[in-house]
Design a protein around this ligand. Structure first.
Ligand code: PLP
Length: 387
């Protein structure tokens, strides 16, 4: 049996062959612990980590000392939010975030609320973007942190992070409001510069850009302002005390390679994804029950998220499964039947939210594949529509 066409690149991506090749030596020959300073094995690992750290820092206009390796964006988000909350709670206990954030942001906030922090969850407009004047109005004298994702993992919309960074920056030095951004979906796909965008903390992960799962990083600003973080994992004091644990050399090397490739081919690859997405949308928009979720242009090139009025979402997913691997709008909750919190934040009813499909187009997709997918979606929707 033919395997379904993979169009779920917001969930994860395969390891690129070039990334795989770069990682291999560090599993066996050069397997040393980067913290072993007394022999060649340790030096090899330390030198590979150093080069990778430099490459990742350069990609976002940071310095190597500002990169903290973690197990992925979930851990980076937890370290950023809980680490800032613990470190700055005497200055204030108010945090601002957005209703459409990933659960790795929302759940740490719910946890902090149980400890006495106050969280403002900003709504979004019907196009999925935050309203900047609403964000400014939400800032209080006791606000210590604003966390807004760069690109949404369900509807792909790009939040105005440079503008949000500027708003936070303009308040200093009277009030220090730190700005964190979850850039798990944005890194490698859109230009990110922590200096010009005034980002103080930024979460990254490798497996959405053809790196391995289980490796990510948190950018932590060291100057203007110097961000202080309370560590969430204690131990050997790795990563300047911010994240203990033996560095995972092969994954780190692969992460840097994946990011280098993504940035070097960014313009070309995003143009290809855009062409494929536009073709898919052109084919599907002949259905009168279909609607696009999220802003039509301020979105990731490879993201198409659509809802089907009057359709049973679960039946549609079942019909699509043999041919195409996609997620319903409620990607992270697809095991449950709960409708996507992102789509309900756009104002969708639970029914419409669950009758939604997220297409995530990536590096290895072709127009020929999209032709097959589009035809299958059209046929499936028509067979399921009661009219
Ligand atoms: C995938 C994703 C995460 C989680 O990243 P992991 O590295 O899998 O922990 C967090 N935020 C966003 C926006 C994501 O897309």
């Amino acid at each position: 049996m033919q395997r379904p066409i993979y169009l779920d690149c917001h969930a994860t991506t395969p390891v690129d062959e070039r990334v795989w090749e770069a990682m291999l030596p560090y599993f066996r020959e050069s397997f040393g612990n980067a913290a072993s300073t007394g022999h060649l094995y340790g030096w090899e690992a330390a030198s590979a980590v150093k080069l990778a750290r430099e490459a990742i820092a350069k990609a976002i206009n940071a310095t190597p000392e500002e990169i903290v390796f973690t197990s992925g964006a979930t851990e980076s988000n937890n370290l950023a939010i809980k680490g800032v909350a613990e470190s700055y709670h005497q200055k204030g206990r108010h945090i601002i975030t957005v209703q459409t954030e990933h659960s790795a942001i929302l759940d740490p906030c719910v946890y902090l609320a149980s400890l006495g922090f106050e969280i403002t969850y900003l709504p979004v407009r019907s196009d999925g973007l935050v309203d900047l004047s609403e964000l400014e109005r939400a800032i209080r004298p006791d606000t210590i942190l604003i966390s807004v994702m760069a690109a949404n993992n369900e509807i792909g919309v790009l939040q105005p992070i440079a503008e949000i960074g500027q708003i936070c920056h303009d308040r200093a030095p009277q009030q220090q409001v730190l700005f964190h951004s979850d850039a798990a979906q944005a890194i490698g796909k859109i230009p990110l510069d922590v200096m010009t965008m005034h980002i103080d903390l930024m979460s990254l992960t490798a497996h959405k850009i053809y790196g391995a799962k289980g490796i990510g990083a948190l950018y932590v600003r060291r100057r203007n302002p110097r961000v202080s973080l309370t560590p969430q994992l204690h131990g050997g004091g790795h990563e300047r005390g911010m994240r203990s644990g033996t560095l995972y050399t092969p994954q780190i090397v692969g992460f840097a390679k994946a990011l280098e490739i993504a940035i070097a081919s960014q313009a070309e690859e995003q143009q290809q994804a855009l062409t494929i997405r536009q073709h898919l949308w052109e084919c599907l928009s002949e259905l009168d029950c279909i609607s696009l979720n999220g802003h039509s242009t301020k979105r990731l090139a490879g993201n198409l998220n659509v809802s089907f009025t009057g359709l049973n979402g679960q039946l549609l997913m079942l019909a699509l499964q043999p041919i195409v691997a996609v997620s319903s709008g409620s990607a992270c909750a697809s095991a449950k039947t709960a409708p996507s919190h992102v789509l309900t934040a756009l104002g969708h009813s639970p029914e419409l939210a669950s009758a939604s499909i997220r297409f995530g187009i990536g590096r290895f997709n072709t127009l020929e594949e999209i032709e097959i997918v589009a035809n299958h979606v059209l046929a499936s929707v028509r067979s399921l529509r009661p009219i």
